[in-house]
Design a protein around this ligand. Structure first.
Ligand SMILES: C=C(O[C@@H]1C=C(C(=O)O)C=C[C@H]1O)C(=O)O
Length: 357
């Protein structure tokens, strides 16, 4: 009886799958034609992709969650875009880093990812044309700003064209089982800091904590050394065949990293955008307040204000400001004009869609 019921539902699924496949290929044909219309120009349109994903979420009636539906369409768009032209995304490697996971979350699995030895090298890969876009970490909810990415954006000709928000889960990983015999734990300095309390409580005091260039590098070392463990995420655990001795060991349960996507293009408005700026203030009293005033007086909301040494003079600073809206919106445009009159230096790093998934 239950076999009969199962059979009926499976036949329905087979019919639906055939229909979905037919429709997916119709969609892919349109994307391919759009690629021809673009005629070798920029194929990736982040503002359109954000609108497609936001629309899917708003149309969704379940039982699939909005998140699950959007993730499926993320992959559908990735495959459609690859028919126009496959993209290459540079990231801070090696394989298995959170930066790679962010690149795949944003561009889907049809994009190829190119591991680079440093964030500088990943920017250069795009500037020199050997990759199409770079995905670089910019801030973590517990550890704060990633200074190198901020510094590179000041001088790079690339524009920000998207953002990716990734929940970061860290695991204690080892080749084999049990914590007995662990003499050292490798990880990136930020991850060691993010798991500091857990390490204090759960590992003997003598276990050395060694910071290395990336979590994936930590996992690689732990896969080679029997007395070593690593703190890294799922991708690195899988890549190096390590056992998860303890899962989700980050001290802060909402640990999240925000990444930026940068490329050579300017991005049009999606309807729900963010604009990132870097500005410097003349070194005089009240200068800082004068940077914020043009935003509030034009009704522009600020979502980030971060200071960083300017590297041109001792105790001089530049400020990284994120505001809601697109440079083409009148309020943002007026605020930028007014900012230009009071700041010593203003550079728009990009206007781009806010993360949808
Ligand atoms: C099809 C297009 O090209 C790409 C693929 C998209 C899609 O599959 O929906 C959306 C935007 C572009 O990144 C388009 O520009 O509309």
């Amino acid at each position: 009886m239950s076999d009969e019921l199962l059979k009926g539902h499976r036949e329905a699924i087979d019919r639906i799958d055939a229909e979905i496949l037919k429709l997916l290929n119709q969609r892919a044909e349109h994307a391919r034609t759009i690629g021809e219309i673009k005629g070798g120009g920029v194929v990736y349109r982040p503002e359109r992709e954000a609108q497609v994903l936001a629309r899917i979420k708003s149309l969704n009636t379940g039982p699939l969650s909005d998140e699950a539906a959007a993730k499926l369409f993320r992959e559908v768009m990735s495959a459609c875009l690859a028919l126009e032209r496959p993209l290459t995304i540079a990231y801070l490697g090696p394989e298995g880093t959170f930066s790679q996971a962010a690149a795949i979350k944003h561009f889907g699995h049809a994009a190829s990812t190119q591991a680079c030895g440093s964030i500088d090298e990943a920017f250069r890969a795009v500037e020199s044309g050997s990759a199409d876009y770079v995905v670089a970490p910019v801030e973590n909810s517990t550890e704060g700003a990633v200074g190198r990415t901020l510094d590179l954006m000041v001088s790079s000709p690339l524009n920000i064209c998207g953002e990716v928000v990734l929940r970061i889960h860290h695991h204690l990983l080892r080749k084999g089982d049990g914590v007995a015999g662990i003499l050292r734990v490798y990880s990136h300095a930020q991850s060691l800091a993010q798991c500091h309390e857990w390490l204090n409580k759960n590992l003997p005091a003598g276990v050395e904590r060694i910071s290395v260039a990336s979590n994936a590098e930590a996992a690689r070392l732990a896969s080679k050394e029997p007395n070593s463990a690593a703190i890294a995420g799922d991708a690195a655990a899988e890549r190096f065949g390590l056992t998860r001795l303890a899962q989700n060991i980050e001290d802060e349960p909402n640990n999240t990293t925000r990444f930026l996507v940068l490329g050579g293009q300017q991005t049009g408005p999606s309807g729900k955008d963010r604009t990132s700026l870097v500005v410097s203030a003349p070194n005089r009293p009240g200068a800082l307040a004068s940077l914020v005033e043009p935003l509030s007086s034009n009704g522009v909301s600020m979502s980030k204000f971060e200071s960083r040494p300017s590297r041109t003079g001792l105790w001089e600073y530049v400020f990284f400001i994120d505001v809601e809206g697109h440079v083409s919106e009148p309020g943002v445009a007026r605020a930028l004009d007014a900012l230009g009159n009071v700041a010593a230096f203003v550079k728009v790093l990009g206007s781009y869609p806010q993360a949808v998934i």
